[in-house]
Design a protein around this ligand. Structure first.
Ligand SMILES: [Zn+2]
Length: 350
């Protein structure tokens, strides 16, 4: 099947010598119903690339969006923006990893040369691409990635397959909000993909953490307080003696915007990313400036933060919801969409 190959660069591939075929979940037309498991050609490695045998991938809102709505390339397209694997082969000039090593994958491609990369802001690389959206993703038996995107690690598979999005996004948000020891951090959506890591990471940073959720198991993540949405206001008022939170994390979008504003105190920071309930809301400017609230929108994170997480996340717990084999990847995505999930949805590939 020439023309479908696992290169991440999105350019036309010329498999001058097809090595062998691998299975991948892909679609030619958008829509979950068009996602299917097919054989695709792989190709020889170029200089500076590595071939990974994907072991575990995760399902995130961005993956659903890539199958249904986002402008994706190349076509046919392989989704999967968060995954981990084992190095199967290294290309010429690759020195940072060896065959057989388990790796964490920074799943945003970057050139390492532009002004944004030089500032360490790889998320905003001028020629950057998200694997699974503007480049092929990881819902495949194998994937080819630049060696600068992979980092050897012996973290558990579930933690590695949660690092590029679920862990990195809230870590960057908490760092951007400059959370310091002793501060009160409220996490909305605390049982979600990013929320469950926001709780743990804020705790590692020394904050007093209030996890807002309806799920009891969030207590195991180390939050100081776990509270239902309807009681969050009273609890936060109580434990802060009326001052309210220093930092509120909202990964949920517009439906929780007002609650987030209510829970943040004077001079506080409201940090937000992701719009799973929608992005459009209205803001009372007076409420923001009169209380000196900083609104911080954030997006994924830096390579430097990703590397920090390899050490920090030795203590991370991952709530596993359901695990599906690659051939049942469509079911995994439907399970994610159903809203009934409890813990992370994974796709076990190899
Ligand atoms: Zn760049």
């Amino acid at each position: 099947m020439s023309g479908e190959s696992l290169g991440t660069d999105g350019k036309a591939q010329y498999p001058h010598r097809v090595v062998f075929n691998v299975k991948a979940l892909l679609f030619e037309r958008q829509g979950l119903e068009n996602l299917e498991l097919r054989d695709v050609d792989t190709r020889e490695l170029r200089e500076g690339e590595v071939r990974l045998r994907v072991t575990l991938a995760s399902v995130n809102p961005v993956d659903i969006l890539s199958v249904e709505k986002l402008r994706v390339s190349p076509m046919p397209h392989i989704p999967g923006s968060e995954f981990t694997g084992v190095v199967k082969e290294v290309g010429e000039g690759v020195e940072n990893v060896k065959e057989g090593q388990k790796v964490a994958v920074y799943t945003r491609l970057f050139d390492g040369k532009c002004d944004m990369c030089m500032r360490g802001e790889q998320t905003y690389c001028v020629s950057g691409k998200r694997m699974g959206v503007e480049a092929q993703g990881g819902y495949a038996e194998e994937v080819i990635v630049p060696a600068i995107n992979v980092f050897p690690s012996d973290l558990p598979e579930e933690a590695l397959a949660s690092l590029p999005i679920a862990t990195l996004t809230p870590y960057h948000a908490l760092r951007t909000a400059r959370v310091s020891p002793g501060e009160t951090v409220v996490v909305l959506g605390a049982s979600g993909n990013t929320g469950s890591f926001a709780v743990q990471l804020a705790k590692f940073m020394g904050a007093t953490v209030v996890a807002v959720t309806r799920k009891e198991w969030v207590k195991e993540l180390g939050a100081d307080y776990v509270v239902d949405y309807s009681h969050a206001d009273v609890l936060v008022r109580d434990i802060t003696e009326g001052r309210m939170a220093d930092v509120v994390v909202n990964p949920l979008g517009k439906d929780y915007w007002d609650l987030g504003l209510k829970l943040v105190g004077n001079l506080g920071r409201l940090v937000f990313f992701g719009g799973i309930t929608g992005n459009q809301t209205s803001i009372n400017l007076g409420e923001i400036y009169s209380r000196h609230i900083s609104l911080l929108g954030t997006n994924r994170g830096r390579v430097s933060e990703f590397v920090e997480l390899l050490r920090l996340c030795r203590r991370c717990k991952v709530k596993v919801g359901k695990v599906f084999p690659l051939e049942r990847g469509v079911e995994a995505m439907m399970e994610f969409k159903s809203g009934s999930r409890d813990g992370r949805i994974f796709i076990k590939v190899n």
